[in-house]
Write a protein that binds this ligand. Structure first.
Ligand code: SAM
Length: 311
């Protein structure tokens, strides 16, 4: 499968970036690994160059980091990176038992009770890890934070599919990261934790590929305008959506929409275009959003309100 889109072909340094419309799950090779939170990508690019037999994916939440890494990686054909939240998207991007190794270097320890759901130890995330690793696959975390390292060691070690294998202090590492060099210069300890997946494990996937809603009535500018500032929540209260401004060429409409699924936020356009005698409502292809439950709820809500004129 070719990930490149027209935009990336025009700017070859961006050819390693994956866009949501590339389709899920992502394809894997015989030996595929994943780095989560690669920062400026210095380690990532050196690692991919030093290991040409491995196909490496990187997930990073920061757009500027993704762009920095893509510039460093120009010309590399065994690395693809994606700008998204690994906490929510890990299990959506990969099928079960596809990755031989997942590594995280110097993840934020997210201190405090209110942040527990953001840590590697959150059950949602560790279940995703356990699902997408191959049997015998490795999860490796490197950190400068001893308390966090000990918590991860204890909690992930209790996961039914994972075995805590190694807890090393100041291991020798051929390639180092920016943070690592900073901590070592300050005389701090570095902790490397290794876990092995021992048995099959699976998780529910929440993102779907396609959703088109047809409505039979005509829609005009006032109908779409009336959606502005309308918001909604699903029953679980984990999915939230809000509509904003719209843009129109007089025929079709792009409706600015914000969604949140358990704090995974996406901003995108809902495309409302004439089709047959009525209108077709769908996620706009240029939006770079995944069809999460909140996005599906937003599409359904917009369609129902436009259908019944009850905005
Ligand atoms: C402390 S930095 C470490 C960067 C790099 N690994 C290093 O060692 O130099 C943590 C990185 O994780 C990224 N990050 C934080 N939360 C994330 C998430 N949920 N999904 C993907 N990346 C995330 C941040 O944007 C940041 O680049």
């Amino acid at each position: 499968m070719d990930f490149l889109t027209a935009t990336t072909q025009a700017r070859p340094q961006y050819g390693i970036i994956i866009f949501p419309d590339s389709g899920l799950p992502l394809p894997v090779k015989f030996r595929t690994q994943l780095e989560i939170g690669f920062g400026n990508g210095e380690f990532t690019v050196q690692y991919a160059k030093a290991n040409p037999e491995i196909f490496l994916y990187g997930i990073e939440i920061s757009q500027s980091c993704v762009l920095r890494c893509s510039r460093r990686a120009a010309g590399l054909d065994n690395l693809k990176i994606i700008n998204t939240d690994a906490r929510y998207m890990l299990r959506e991007l990969f099928e079960d038992e596809t990755l031989e190794k997942i590594f995280m270097q110097f993840p934020c320890p997210w201190p405090g009770n209110g942040n527990a759901h953001r840590r590697v130890t959150a059950r949602d995330f560790s279940d995703g890890l356990a699902a997408v690793l191959k049997i015998n696959g490795i999860f490796e975390m490197v950190s400068d934070d001893e308390n966090y390292s000990r918590e991860v060691w204890r909690v992930l070690g209790l996961h039914e599919a994972l075995k805590a294998e190694n807890f090393e202090i100041n291991p020798a590492r051929e390639i180092t990261t920016k943070y690592e060099r900073k901590w070592l210069e300050q005389g701090k300890n570095i902790f490397r934790l290794t876990f092995r997946k021992l048995k099959s494990f699976t998780v529910e996937r929440r993102v779907s590929q396609e959703m088109h809603i047809k409505i039979k009535n005509k829609i005009n500018k006032n109908d779409v305008e009336a959606l502005k500032n309308i918001s909604g929540k699903d029953e679980s209260k984990k999915a939230f959506w809000k509509f904003g401004n719209n843009f129109t060429d007089g025929e079709k409409f792009l409706l600015d929409t914000l969604t949140s699924d358990d704090e995974f936020e996406q901003k995108f356009y809902i495309n409302i275009s004439p089709r047959d005698e009525g209108f077709l409502i769908r996620l706009d292809k240029t939006s770079g959003a995944f069809l999460t439950p909140a996005v599906r709820s937003a599409l359904t809500d917009a369609a129902q309100r436009l259908c019944t004129g009850r905005s």
